[in-house]
Design a protein around this ligand. Structure first.
Ligand code: NAI
Ligand code: MG
Length: 364
């Protein structure tokens, strides 16, 4: 099977961090015989500058065809006054919507060398490797009715939590598939004690499990208790699957267990394509960081680790993904630090390219 990849560097530090990932992709081709058919294109402000829209139809069509899209970041002050319809972020939203990426994957992974960055004790986070799967296309952010209405002489704000069986079913499957490539354990979180949508969520997740994934260990937890457990002893989890709202909160909490924005990758997955691979978009959690753009200061690790996720979840190269993650781990253990990873003790920070050099050297 060929491996097709669409690279969209975007704006600000996006192209800077993506340049390092491109070198790493080439390394896998040269040294591991893992060839990628790579196309590079524009998104966000970079696309607006050329096409007058933040994502052209041609780029959208290409994204629908490839095995994986790897995106840097979009946005920046230059585009702040643009009309809402052509803002850089709209390019990213269009990708997510038209590819129907319903499972948002946010790992919380603690690199031992950075354990002291956490607000939690070292032994609580050291070696942590969990994955939050957040349903991304439904739930309370989209449910009808919604709005602010007049009622009995006062205004009432309304949002509706709404999930169909099919929506729960498909995100549950994403979580179980992932678990099989990791620690084989899923914890599903909702509030079935107070919400009917939570009762249905629990039922459907259990049914999908019993029918098609009985080999995966499944547990259920109320989302508020889950939040407590994440802070108390996060290593009890492998994959957590939850709805859009709880996932928004829990993934941000989990991310901060392990530290810097410059280290956080993500993936958004949709339905399986004809070749069995899911529709997929990989991107760092951080934005375009205009305050440091163009200065060679950006930490490329979040984008590098996003590519590692692509290796594991789109290209079935779990061992190569681990190889890349271990290279990042080694570089950090050797004390190589971009500015965002330095604490008060000082020293000269590594540049984006030096961090890339060090990761390549560690891979060798
Ligand atoms: P941001 O994530 O770009 O930056 C927040 C802070 O973290 C800044 O101080 C930045 O220098 C630092 N930072 C972020 N990534 C870093 C890295 N890889 N290495 C070192 N330091 C890093 O968020 P902010 O400032 O709120 O937004 C800036 C622009 O990015 C805005 O236009 C925003 O709309 C856009 N944005 C885009 C996102 C995306 O493309 N997915 C996500 C978030 C924001
Ligand atoms: Mg959030």
């Amino acid at each position: 099977m060929t491996n097709t990849l669409l690279i969209l560097p975007g704006d600000g530090i996006g192209p800077e961090v993506m340049a390092e990932v491109t070198r790493i992709i080439d390394w896998f081709g040269d040294k591991r015989g893992l060839a990628f058919d790579v196309t590079e294109d524009l998104v966000g402000g970079a696309a607006y500058d050329v096409h007058g829209v933040p994502l052209s139809d041609a780029t959208m069509a290409k994204a629908q065809e490839v095995d994986a899209v790897l995106l840097g970041a979009v946005g920046g002050p230059k585009y702040d006054d643009l009309d809402f319809s052509v803002k850089p972020e709209r390019g990213l939203l269009r990708l997510r919507k038209e590819m129907d990426l319903y499972a948002n994957l946010r790992p919380a992974q603690c690199f031992d060398a950075l354990a002291d960055f956490s607000s939690l004790k070292r032994d609580v986070v050291s070696g942590l490797d969990i994955m939050i799967v957040r349903e991304l296309t439904s739930g309370i952010y989209f449910g009808e009715p919604r709005g602010i209405i007049e009622e009995g002489g006062q205004r009432v704000g309304i949002n509706t939590q709404r999930y169909t069986e099919a929506e729960i079913d498909r995100v549950a499957r994403s979580a179980f598939e992932l678990a099989r490539k990791r620690g084989n354990k899923v914890c599903s979180m909702e509030k079935a004690n107070v919400m009917e949508s939570g009762i249905l969520w629990r039922e459907v997740v259990q049914r999908v499990h019993d029918a098609d994934y009985p080999d995966v260990e499944l547990s259920h937890m109320y989302a508020d208790a889950g939040g407590m457990q994440l802070c108390r002893w996060p290593k009890q989890f492998d994959v957590i699957v939850t709805d859009n709202l709880f996932g928004d909160l829990l993934s941000d909490v989990a991310a901060m267990l392990t530290g810097s924005l410059g280290m956080l990758p993500s993936a958004s997955l949709g339905a399986p394509m004809e070749n069995g691979r899911p529709k997929a978009l990989y991107e760092p959690v951080h934005g375009s960081a205009p305050d440091i753009a163009g200065q060679g200061k950006a930490n490329p690790c979040a984008c590098v680790l996003s590519f590692a996720m692509a290796l594991r979840y789109s290209f079935d190269q779990g061992e190569e993904a681990t190889r890349l993650e271990q290279a990042v781990e080694k570089v950090l253990a050797d004390g190589v630090r971009t500015a965002d990873l330095m604490q008060a003790e000082g020293g000269t920070p590594a540049t984006t390219a030096q961090m890339g050099d060090a990761i390549l050297a560690a891979l060798d």
